[in-house]
Design a protein around this ligand. Structure first.
Ligand code: ADP
Ligand code: UDP
Length: 240
């Protein structure tokens, strides 16, 4: 295994298989484009476990992902992809940057799910872009972008139901996509899906159960991640 890339939350390594990578989840947390940093014991373990549960559930419901198999406590094997530098955000409830942008209070339900695009570029601070910027930057063809949005809405439906069953409201989330190294015409869901990349509120109390606990210094960050994992494991356990 050779280190390939170290990011803010994960490391990538090559493997014996040329088309597969090992993705390791770190205990580091960052927010505000890396300006705020902390370490949380077990964060890598929780996010790995949650990503595996979610990707398995999505695959079982027909959504192609880069997930290949589990690789221990903090790592998974994934298909190597070329990441499309678009972060697709889907929102159901007003929160975070949308609350600021529209001047609406957090917590208001949106009329229908809202899809937003951001240019994945740390140096630029991941600016929000639209379809025309995607075309100008040559990030994806119009057909491909249409497919990414459909993908996002389908994942929203599936994850919304899954989390609702676990007593959690899926407020919003971010997805990344990649073109398979073995077949660039095939696009799959990549990166992770975890409380780092989703806003999840307790359906009864509205309590925040995601990375906003870190962003906003609410405390109990890992307790919330552990609780999300516990609930999702229960929801996905075979029913006898
Ligand atoms: P960042 O790069 O933003 O600091 P991470 O620490 O999460 O983020 O690093 C993981 C990196 O790996 C991201 O840049 C992500 O786009 C990329 N990535 C995710 N899945 C794959 C994959 N299957 N193949 C190649 N790269 C991937
Ligand atoms: N998000 C993410 N990575 C990013 C930016 C956003 O995973 O680089 C997720 C974030 O956790 C939330 C959703 O995308 O679930 C929408 O985030 P928002 O635009 O509100 O930005 P924030 O205020 O969280 O920076």
């Amino acid at each position: 295994m050779t280190p390939l890339y170290e990011g803010k939350a994960k490391r990538l390594f090559t493997t014996d298989h040329p088309d597969e990578l090992l993705m390791e989840f770190k205990d580091s947390a960052t927010a505000f484009n890396g300006a705020k940093k902390a370490e949380f014991e077990n964060k890598g373990r929780f996010n790995k476990a949650l990503t595996v549960l979610i990707y398995r559930a999505l695959e079982a419901r027909g959504v192609p992902t880069h997930f290949v198999r589990d690789a221990g406590d903090i790592a998974i094997i994934v298909k190597k992809v070329s990441i499309i530098p678009i972060e697709l955000v889907v929102r159901n409830v007003v929160a975070g940057s949308l609350a600021k942008r529209l001047g609406r209070p957090e917590g208001g339900k949106l009329r229908q799910p809202l899809v937003e695009l951001y240019f994945k570029d740390d140096a630029l601070g991941d600016p929000m872009i639209n379809d025309e910027h995607v075309r100008e930057l040559g990030l994806a063809s119009p057909e491909e972008l249409g497919r990414l949005k459909q993908f996002g809405l389908r994942v929203n439906d599936l994850l919304g139901d899954l989390f609702a069953g676990a007593g959690l409201t899926l407020v919003d989330f971010k997805l990344e996509f990649g073109r398979l190294a073995t077949d660039p015409s095939t696009v799959v869901l990549a990166d992770e899906i975890s409380p780092d990349t989703c806003r999840l509120w307790d359906a009864q109390t509205g309590e925040k159960m995601d990375k906003d606990r870190f962003r906003r210094d609410l405390g109990g960050v890992m307790e919330s991640y552990a609780e999300v994992l516990r609930r999702l494991e229960k929801e996905l356990a075979p029913k006898s």
